[in-house]
Design a protein around this ligand. Structure first.
Ligand SMILES: N[C@@H](CCC(=O)N[C@@H](CS)C(=O)NCC(=O)O)C(=O)O
Length: 302
């Protein structure tokens, strides 16, 4: 039996000897998530004409990679041209055999590099960022101290994200009921993380110092977007995340970069139609294939 809680706690869940799978827990992801890995259906993933094939969705983890790719293209790296295919995790696309064949962990983003003798499969957003940074020798400072700082903050972000998304975001927005204990626990941790960032950014223009790096690219889609109240409903307002002055200065500077603006649009399926580019296969798609343009074209054709 589970250990007795040391504090009195609202009754409701008698913890059984063993956990069993409640397929109808009432959460938004109940119909798709399950306690077993592996694919649930046959799926052939599309392959486009570019060297890099990205299978993703415009969530904070997905956006890290599209920002990186747009930044690389902005630097002139033609081999960073990519096709971005939509994997709709709300419909369970991540459990198809094609996607699982690239990422056995069934989570976006996943990348295939087709320029190598055998296609190279890359998963985990942090690993993808490092793979691309090394491949193109970009956004990783060469200076030893700054390079180490970039790694420190990149790994900090990857380790901290689950508290923001799986913890705070989940219990604030997705859970079928609001549990004060859970929201308090994760709100406190996320605010602590903001304070960590804020204190560091008081003395540093970017996370690794003077140079914009993969650490900023990884961190902005979470802490920048949340501070702008753009993920997890109005969770940023609830946390007063916009009040961290140094984070605000950093997120404004990074958020204004054209590649960041473009990267945020790719594989996005929510928000303003003019900011959603559901699939990206060409640089010109940003001008011609956003949802507002597609809807207009559909309306004209009708
Ligand atoms: N550690 C992974 C986390 C990726 C992740 O959590 N992806 C989410 C979307 S942001 C996902 O695909 N969820 C689908 C699911 O859990 O079934 C990374 O950084 O790439």
């Amino acid at each position: 039996m589970a250990a007795k809680l040391p504090i009195s706690f609202p009754a409701g869940y008698e913890v059984p000897e063993h956990w069993t799978w409640d397929k109808d827990g009432g959460g938004q992801f109940d119909t798709i998530n399950r306690p077993i890995a592996g694919s649930t259906f046959e799926q052939e993933l599309p392959v486009g004409r570019h060297p890099l094939q990205l299978y993703s969705l415009g969530t904070p983890n997905g956006v890290k990679v599209t920002i990186m790719l747009e930044e690389l293209l902005a630097l002139g790296h033609e081999q960073a041209e990519y096709d971005a295919w939509l994997i709709n995790i709300f419909k369970g696309d991540q459990f198809g055999s094609g996607f699982v064949g690239i990422n056995p962990n069934s989570k976006i983003p996943a990348l295939v590099d087709r320029t190598t003798p055998e296609p190279t499969q890359v998963f985990e957003s942090g690993s993808i960022l490092l793979y691309l940074a090394r491949k193109f020798d970009a956004f990783l400072p060469r200076d030893h101290k700054a390079n180490t700082a970039a790694m420190n903050w990149l790994f900090w972000q990857v380790g901290s994200a689950p508290y923001v998304g799986g913890g705070f975001g989940h219990f604030y927005l997705y859970a079928p009921i609001h549990i004060k204990y859970a929201i308090d626990r994760f709100a406190m941790e996320v605010k602590r993380q903001y304070d960590v960032l804020d204190r560091h950014l008081a003395d540093n223009r970017f996370l690794a110092g003077d140079e914009y790096s993969v650490a900023d690219i990884a961190t902005w889609p979470w802490y920048g977007a949340l501070a702008q109240n753009e993920i997890y409903g109005d969770g940023g307002r609830f946390l007063e995340a916009g009040a961290y002055r140094n984070v605000r200065r950093w997120k404004d500077e990074v958020g204004e970069r054209p590649a960041v603006r473009r990267g945020r649009m790719v594989n996005r399926i929510t928000g303003k139609p003019s900011e959603q580019l559901r699939e990206r296969h060409d640089a010109s798609d940003f001008e011609t294939k956003t949802e507002d343009k597609r809807q207009l074209a559909g309306a004209d054709a009708a």
